[in-house]
Design a protein around this ligand. Sequence first.
Ligand SMILES: [Cu+2]
Length: 518
Amino acid sequence: MSGRVSRRSLLLGTGAAALTIGGSAVLAFGFRGTTSTGTLLRSQVPLPEAFRKPLTVPPVLKPTSSAGGTDTYEITQREATAEIIDGLRTPIWGYDGIFPGPTLVTRRGRRTVVRHRNELPVPTVVHLHGGRNAQRHDGYPTDQILPTSGGHMSAHHGGGDVSHGTRTYEYDTDQRAATLWYHDHRMDFTGPSVWRGLAGLHLITDDEERALPLPDGDRDLPLVIMDRSFAADGGLRYPSVDKDLDKTPGVTSGYEAGVLGDVVLVNGTPWPYKEVDAVRHRLRLLNASNARRYRLRLDPAPDGVHEPFVQVASDGGLLARPLTHPYLDLASAERQEVVVDFSRYRVGQKVRLVNDFGEGSTRQVMEFRIARKAKDDSHVPRTLSVIEPLAPGRAVRERDMVFQSRSIGDKYGWTINGEPFSVDHVHAAPRLGDIEIWNLYADFHHPIHLHLVHFQVLNRGTKEPGRFDHGWKDTLDLRPAEQARIITRFDGHRGKYVFHCHNLEHEDMMMMGNFEVR
Ligand SMILES: [Cu+2]
């Protein structure tokens, strides 16, 4: 169990030294200042023109059976070809062969059973990000589904609960309405596997959320934002050391800080446009990028409206009350749900969602075209939900978790409290129901994700929680040289779960730890 490190010694002593060492190491391979930690990987094909293809929405998956409170689904993970850029055939790995995968929609209280069949050439693991599920269904990195073609064992299976060809994941869905997502989580190879397409949405609804007069139907729009790069042959370009994604983990020299693409995809289409009625829309934003952070802004802002984004939910579902923002910051794996009132624009107007953290091609995200006036019965109520505040006085212990770069052997790596990931090392072992405070420290940008639990942000350094830290979170956008204090209750299930940096290159290069609820 990690001992308590005084903040003073951490900031002024060993921690500061490590930050400096880490700093020079990462700066050498392209630390990108205040926006994202990572290195740009350029496409080898001419980039497509922006705003030429319409936005598509991933199809909602139908259950193969619904009986006795249980919905059963089947998903085949397979290789496919997508025409992401006109005239180019791009091989992908897709859930049911599509990228992003199909969307699952579950009403709270319905048991969801998803049978995954792995027809890909490598082992896979499915994690439902934001799900509060039993350990054996959470997608522990070594609990792998081997390919149906058989015979393949990853070098890093690490004694996990391995299944052959198929695996059935069971989700009780005893949790609040929220925008979750499922993605690959295989030990050492999550980054390239998600980059090739293994990601999809899983929306949870409940009575409380359905009763709110928020925009609904096709005015409830999921937007999965990812950056990618394309190789000369049309494939997705990624700097894996091992092109077969089989034995040797990691990326080639220069990309250890994170891989940034130069093409921004929304729901799998580069810089799409979307025709919208001049009414309120609910936008469910997910940053499914490996390493890129976004600052999203509407250009132009509606006349006279300084804060056009009305945030109604974050990672863990509804906020207590709506919050207005002039822009939205979104780190890898974070979700925000906002309502935008397009009636404040005139019909015919084009409104761009831009990324102030981007450069060149990555400054644009998508375009809304205000098509027509329409009736709008929706509104955003002053009260959305009730959120139980976790008071610091209720915490039974406090722990420090330091996320930093460090050399591991002769390689650069990423560590937590100086340790690279090991399935056997448990960083924290709370008892079921314990409330704990974790002090998170970062050298560079590290979006910190805890499996199983949602948490609340108590403060960032000496300051109040940030603009986007409200409600229940499962991923925190920790910025360079920053400290944040979070509080959570370890409940729901016993067992060993991971917490990790959701910069997927950092995760694959060992920035992951275990907590075990006992
Ligand atoms: Cu990180």
